[in-house]
Write a new protein. Sequence first.
Length: 323
Amino acid sequence: MRLGSLAARYGSVIARNYKIALLTVPVKCKPGVDAAPMALIEAGLIDQLKHDLEFNVTYDGQIHAYSELMPQEDPDYRNMKRPKAVSAVTKALSKQAYEHALEGRFVLTLGGDHSVAIGTIAGTAKAVRERLGRDLAVIWVDAHADINTPETSGSGNIHGMPVAFITGLAKEDNEDMFGWIKKEHMISVKKLVYIGLRDVDKGEKKILKEHGIRAFSMHDIDRYGIGKVMDMALGWIGSDTPIHLSFDVDALDPMWAPSTGTPVRGGLTLREGDFIAECVHQTGSLVALDLVEVNPSLETEGAQETVRAGCSIVRCALGDTLL
């Protein structure tokens, strides 16, 4: 198994008893995704990580709703829905992710919708800069680009904007409305790679092209195969670069993950999703993982399938192998 020099400095995620900090964040812009962290845990994910993969998992045993952070009033602002609530939760999550990553723990976050990545990436990016003196790279696996600014968004849903905020393409001075995101929390668009896109808004396509953001759609995966796509994606990021993998389960085709809020046909197979996670793990540079948008409330039978798919992706990212 190949490990880069960064892994030796950071502490390889495959080392026995390596500490994983598990964060459970049921923040939601869509009903049902708040139940995902518990569904994944009840499916045995923590036990699998502890006993099958022999990790030391730090988890306080609670699903944090952050109810104490919820404002009494939260009107739309700059076209954003629930901006104060999402900003407050992601700010708190950023602090948690930062503290764990600064101590060298692998940060595993179970969402919730994809807006949680504002917090997890912001915290991890800041910690990686301080701990390693490196810029963080993000591999965003999703059917959607989630890079709308408040002005380009048609819906106003913040789960469609996280990449704009963590790259600085969306800016706000008001501390209560994501103004807490500073330069040290952000990533460069040159260290961002998308995989699995197939439902991208017109305004997002313009943003991707204008900023030269590396994006592999399902067309690219069909054309080159997932192996070649991963070679190109990791080549774009470069070696010895800390990686944050942010994986939306709707990147998978609904055949494999039907219980998600915005399913789009023509997606990744489960094996392709697992392969992405395996490839990122093998770099030795993976420092954080988000798994989001599992929604157990949508389908009775499909929920279990989707939860199993989510558990599989997490295990693969943390070193589980077929042989």
